[in-house]
Design a binder for this molecule. Structure first.
Ligand code: AMP
Length: 222
């Protein structure tokens, strides 16, 4: 495969909560050896460890609302300045508002590609109700798509599995509303910059992965 060597992967995953951005991000991160940065994961870890950030963020995350822009922008500026981001990165869950996208541009990030992972709301609601996370190690499963033997115990560490608090139906509803109102406008924002590609989320994870990899390979070859 011939790549233009000057090309870095600075990729954003857009898409509603539960579309599979996190899963695709992990796969791509491993394949191309570039760091995956998830604002949701950073916030969940801060909440678990009860840091100052965690204490501030918890009430927003648990209500399905967005953490204020200035907090998120501050976290991401610091994270993207770290050494491991020099040769590219994948952003999962950031930016989520126009203000965050503008701040990212103004920081000189020069994003190369934005993949919009499109999944309908009714599919999202079905998927999120089946999602389980290990309370001990944070591994994620799904009772239908990625089940464990009893869907109660983590096969990796033996910890108990639970629903993410913000995956409960009433919270999912508000997360989807927040997505449509505040994050969806970013599709147009990046479309106008000519760097947006849409991947329709498929029923099977590996089919979505194949479509996603195809978009990245085309970018690298182009
Ligand atoms: P996620 O795991 O990406 O679905 O994020 C879980 C929750 O973390 C979201 O529902 C928000 O409350 C918060 N969050 C994650 N990323 C951001 C962001 N870029 N801006 C504001 N809040 C965020």
């Amino acid at each position: 495969m011939h790549y233009n060597n000057n090309k870095q992967i600075k990729l954003i995953f857009l898409g509603p909560p539960g579309a599979g951005k996190g899963t695709q991000t992990e796969i791509i991160s491993e394949k191309y050896s570039i760091p995956a940065i998830s604002t949701g994961a950073i916030l969940r870890s801060a909440i678990k460890n009860q840091t100052e950030l965690g204490k501030t963020a918890a009430k927003y995350v648990e209500a399905g609302e967005l953490v204020p822009d200035d907090i998120i922008i501050g976290i991401m500026k610091e994270r993207l300045a770290e050494d491991d981001c020099k040769n590219g990165y994948i952003l999962d869950g950031f930016p989520r508002t126009t203000a965050q996208a503008i701040a990212l541009d103004e920081s000189g990030a020069e994003i190369s590609l934005v993949i919009n992972l499109a999944v309908d709301d009714d599919v999202i609601i079905r998927r999120m109700s089946g999602r389980r996370v290990c309370c001990t190690c944070g591994a994620t499963y799904h009772i239908e798509y990625n089940p464990t033997e009893d869907n109660k115990t983590c096969p990796r560490c033996g910890g108990p599995l639970a629903c993410r608090k913000d995956d409960e139906p009433s919270v999912v509803e508000s997360r989807l509303k927040v997505y449509h109102e505040q994050t969806e406008p970013l599709i147009k924002y990046y479309e106008e910059k000519g760097i947006l590609r849409t991947v329709i989320g498929q029923e099977k994870l590996e089919d979505t992965t194949a479509l996603t990899l195809n978009v990245i390979e085309n970018y690298l070859k182009g």
